[in-house]
Write a protein that binds this ligand. Structure first.
Ligand code: PEP
Ligand code: MN
Length: 686
């Protein structure tokens, strides 16, 4: 038989390989078609779990068994399957959450350029959130990605937050802390470095290898095996690859780059070596950020991220973490971030397993609020990290598919309508530390001072007087909410300075009212506690802004607010992240006209039953009459109020504001003499 001299003996074998590849792709496509059918069943039946962990385990076990029987390595088979299962899961999520409706096009920012690991991860992730070509936009820095997202130039931003070898990426954590961004997904990307060179270059020609410094470090063993090769740090892996095609001609023959296989292809480079990293596992975890939260289907195994700050006292962090342990919620990451404006105080960045609406996590978060001074939820998102043993994270037990929007304030304890109150010792109550003063369980705080700051001399005299009578904090209004526009409106910014000076001289933390959003920065700069007056309890825009501040807020009950409305107003502050909320009962409007307002003392025990927040009482504005203030103050202490805020003036007859209710030095002495035995009998510290 005549043989064709040009026939390469490899040809038929290659044909076999090509045929196997074609079949592989067809089989994969068939598998994903079946996955789509599963998704439509799960979408129609809300009680179907989205992830059947047991089934995935069985699939994995038989896959590995079959692979080994055919002589394939188990780790290799496991890795291929992991990719397939990840892809299937994302496909199902996209279909179930209708993320792939026709024509859905989203833009996602990342740091770097095409071919970088960020770009690869972003395009993988977006394929499941959009149809058609998604818009990927590369930026120079993490900050620029954040800015583009906040400005609305992109819908999402994908940023690397930690690497399994290099650890956490501080700039990205800082970006998340500093801006109102939400985490909506995560991606764990297997980093696979290759050595890319201009076509024709051989290993022996190489004198320089350039890449991002982290990549160079990750390939230490490989690099030190090469003789006479200099390492050259470069801004990122993909740019290092690009530079080989655009740099000076000299570099093209003796320089290589460590980058992704995709970057090498993109720039027409040859790949001389693969799998360069010292460790086989080199994974980067990325977070997908958005301007709005996108809570996932609660049937998925999820993670929830949050930021909190604890009160600055011993054991505070342990108590906060115990809340998760008690609820059997698993912590997957904790990191601390310094706060530049508060040296040596830290924000904790925590990821836990579970959906924010799952009963265990929701319960833990309610308790967490009573031991933190600030808590910001960053988002719940599907978990993509898998435990080392190759098992998947456990899916949560079936819980309702659509999380209900809470109509009850979540600072309210969970009490069925007719249930007996929980035993007292089971309740966690917040304590708030204000300089040397502790407000909350086991303590009694007396806040006193004039209705308004009138002059430096007046407020200094007032501070001296209230301090001598046992007050531990100083009040004084600089911005006054007066019923009549003709009445004294307060000294404004000047008053803040005088109040601060008086507080400083007598070592009394200060409380003053903030009337508008614009005044917040000035009040924050001068006072220790911000007060929201009764007339502003419904000013939700103001409350939302105060939810972001890092100082305690006294929230006064609106004159016609029910307790539920009062707590919902407090919820605005808590939801914004500010957990240092002090409730203040100051009298409500009733048909009774013999007092300025009717002091609702039952609010004290009722609120104590309903919430962990501290409750103080203002007998001055309730009574409107000096003579009535003292008995009401004693009654409030007896009812269990955590403190009192009482108006007092060194010369009440000269007061520019609320003179009828201002206590003089003698009244103050009388009041504190009556209060001491009550507080002592309760075993509280004053
Ligand atoms: C005040 O405390 O100065 C004040 C104006 O109180 P309220 O908002 O309760 O009327
Ligand atoms: Mn007043």
């Amino acid at each position: 038989m005549e043989t064709n001299p040009t026939t390469d003996p490899l040809d038929p074998i290659r044909k076999e390989i090509d045929e196997a590849d074609r079949q592989l792709i067809q089989i994969l496509a068939r598998r994903f078609e079946a996955v789509k059918k599963v998704a439509s069943v799960k979408q129609a039946e809300a009680d179907q779990p989205l992830l059947d962990t047991e089934r995935e385990r069985r699939v994995q076990a038989s896959w590995i068994q079959d692979a080994e029987a055919l002589g394939l390595s188990a780790p290799f088979a496991r890795r291929v399957l992991k990719e397939i299962l990840n892809h299937s899961r994302r496909m199902q999520e996209g279909l179930i959450e209708n993320r792939q409706g026709p024509g859905r096009r989203v833009r996602c920012g990342y740091q770097g350029q095409p071919g970088s690991y960020s770009a690869l991860a972003a395009s993988h992730l977006l394929a499941h959130r959009s149809t058609g070509e998604s818009g990927l936009v590369g930026y120079g820095t993490f900050q620029e990605v954040g800015k583009a997202l906040l400005n609305g130039d992109v819908d999402y931003g994908l940023l690397p937050v930690e690497n399994s070898i290099g650890g956490s990426i501080a700039d990205v954590n800082r970006l998340i802390c500093d801006h109102a961004l939400h985490i909506v997904d995560e991606e764990v990307w297997q980093v696979e470095h290759v050595l890319a060179v201009p076509p024709g270059t051989e290993m022996a020609d190489l004198r320089v290898i350039r890449s991002h410094p982290a990549a160079l470090t990750q390939c230490e063993t490989f690099l030190s095996s090469l003789e006479d090769v200099r390492r050259e740090p470069w801004s990122d892996t993909a740019t290092a690859a690009e530079s080989l095609r655009s740099g000076p001609a000299r570099e093209r023959s003796d320089t290589g780059a460590i980058c992704s296989e995709e970057a090498a292809n993109l720039h027409g480079l040859d790949v001389l070596a693969r799998s360069l990293a010292d460790r086989e596992c080199n994974e980067t975890r990325f977070l997908l950020l958005a301007r709005q939260p996108e809570p996932p289907d609660p049937r998925l195994p999820c993670k929830t991220s949050m930021l909190f700050r604890v009160n600055h006292h011993e054991g505070a962090l342990v108590r906060a973490l115990n809340v998760f342990a008690d609820a059997r919620v698993n912590l997957t990451r904790i990191e601390s971030r310094p706060q530049p404006d508060m040296p040596w105080e830290y924000l904790f960045f925590v990821d836990v397993e579970g959906h924010v609406d799952s009963p265990a996590l929701a319960g833990a978060l309610r308790n967490l609020r009573s031991c933190c001074s600030h808590l910001r939820m960053l988002g719940s998102y599907p978990s993509r990290t898998r435990k080392q043993d190759g098992h998947l994270d456990l899916a949560p037990a079936a819980i309702p598919a659509v999380p209900a929007v809470p109509s009850e304030p979540s600072c309210i304890r969970e009490l069925p309508p007719m249930a007996a109150p929980e035993p007292r010792n089971d309740r966690r109550r917040s304590t708030i530390r204000i300089g040397p003063v502790i407000l909350g369980e086991g303590h009694f705080v007396l806040i006193s001072g004039p209705c308004a700051v009138e002059s430096l001399e007046q407020i200094v005299d007032a501070a001296r007087m209230v301090r001598a009578q046992g007050a531990t904090m100083l009040r004084g209004g600089a911005f006054k909410p007066r019923t009549s526009p003709h009445a004294f409106q307060g000294l404004g910014a000047e008053g803040l300075v005088y109040l601060q000076e008086a507080g400083r001289q007598f070592e009394l933390p200060t409380v003053t009212e903030v009337l508008t959003i614009e005044d917040i920065p000035a009040v924050l700069a001068h006072a220790d506690v911000l007060q929201v007056g009764a007339r502003n309890m419904h000013n939700f825009a103001l409350l939302k802004e105060l939810g972001k501040v890092n100082k305690p807020v006294i929230l006064k009950r609106g004159m016609s607010a029910t307790i539920k409305e009062f707590l919902l107003a407090a919820e605005y502050l808590l939801n914004g992240g500010n957990l240092q909320v002090i409730l203040c009962e100051r009298g409500i409007r009733t048909f009774e006209t013999s007092t300025r307002a009717t002091l609702d003392l039952s609010a004290v025990p009722v609120l104590k039953r309903l919430t962990h927040l501290p409750i103080i009482v203002d007998p001055s504005h309730a009574a409107g009459d000096r003579e009535l203030v003292v008995p009401l103050a004693l009654a409030a202490a007896a009812a269990g109020a955590d403190g009192l805020i009482v108006e007092a003036h060194p010369r009440p007859q000269e007061a520019l504001c609320d003179k009828e209710q201002a206590l003089n030095p003698d009244d103050l002495a009388l009041m504190t003499a009556g209060l001491r035995p009550i507080v002592a009998a309760q075993g509280r510290i004053w």
